[in-house]
Ligand binder design. Sequence first.
Ligand SMILES: Nc1ncnc2c1ncn2[C@@H]1O[C@H](COP(=O)(O)OP(=O)(O)OP(=O)(O)O)[C@@H](O)[C@H]1O
Length: 269
Amino acid sequence: MKQPIIVVENLYSSYDGKNYVLRNVSFTVNEGELFGILGPNGAGKSTLVLHLNGILKAKRGRVLVSGIDVRKNPREVRKLVGIVFQDPNDQLFCPTVREEVGFGPYNLGVRGKDLEDVVFNSLKLVGMEGYIDREIKSLSFGEKKRVAIAAILAMNPQIVIFDEPFANLDFKGKKLVWDVIKTLRKEGKTVIIVTHEAEYLLECDRILLLANGEVIRVGEPGEVLIPEILKRNNLDVPLIIELFFELGLELPKSLDDAKRVLKSKLKLG
Ligand SMILES: Nc1ncnc2c1ncn2[C@@H]1O[C@H](COP(=O)(O)OP(=O)(O)OP(=O)(O)O)[C@@H](O)[C@H]1O
C-alpha cells in the first residue's frame, strides 16, 4: 500500500483576506502516483499548486509534504516539490541556458564536474543539450518550456508538478513532455498534472476535480471523467470520452488504448 506523500487538510486560501479562492480543500496524493488536478479557468488550480510547495502558506487548514508542514518548513518542502509553470517566461530568469539549469543545483550545493553533469543530463532528458550556451531570450516558446522542465529536473525533486504542461505546444512538444513524465514515473517520482483539458488525464491514477475553489470529486478517471460532471463544471467533454460513454465502454487508459479498443470493436461489428 502506497503512502500519502501529500496531505491537504481543510485548506482555505484567500488573496485579499476576504474572499476565499480555495474552500475546505482536502485530498491526498500517494507516493509514485500520477495525479491529475482538473478544473475550469479560475477554479483555483494554480493557487492550490502554490500551496503545495510553500510559495503560499495556509492561514486555515494545513498542507503536509512527506510529513513536513509546509507552513513551518517551506524551504525543506521546496526541495521536495518542483513546479513547472504554465508560462516558462514566469520561471526563467538567467541569461543563458547553462546558468538557468545550473541555478537550482548550485543553490543545493552541487559544484564543479557534478554540476556540469547534472546540467547536461537534465538538458538531455528534454533534448536540449545542444542549446547549453544559448541565451534564453533567443529560444522559442517550446524550447523555453523544455529548459524550464530541465531546470526543475536538475534539482531532482521527489514530486514534480506540471501546470498546464501541454498548453501552446505542438505535437512533438507534447510527446516530449509525456516522455519526461513517463521517465519520472519509472524513477518512482510522484507527478501531478494540472489542466483544464480532461483528455490529458486519462492515464492518471487518480484525479481531483476542482471548481469554484471547492473539491467536486476525487477518484479514478472512470469516476471523474464523466460527461455530465465535466459539463456541469464548465469543462469541455473530449470527443473520446463522449464516444466511450455513449457506447457504454469503460474509459480507455490512454488515447492509444482508445484506438486499440475502437479498432477491435469495429472489427467485431
Ligand atoms: N495574485 C492574485 N491576487 C488576487 N487574486 C488572484 C491572484 N491569483 C489568482 N487570483 C484569483 O484566484 C482565483 C483562482 O485563480 P487560479 O489562477 O488559482 O485558478 P486556475 O484554476 O489556475 O485558473 P486558470 O485555469 O485560468 O489558470 C481567480 O478568481 C483569480 O482571479
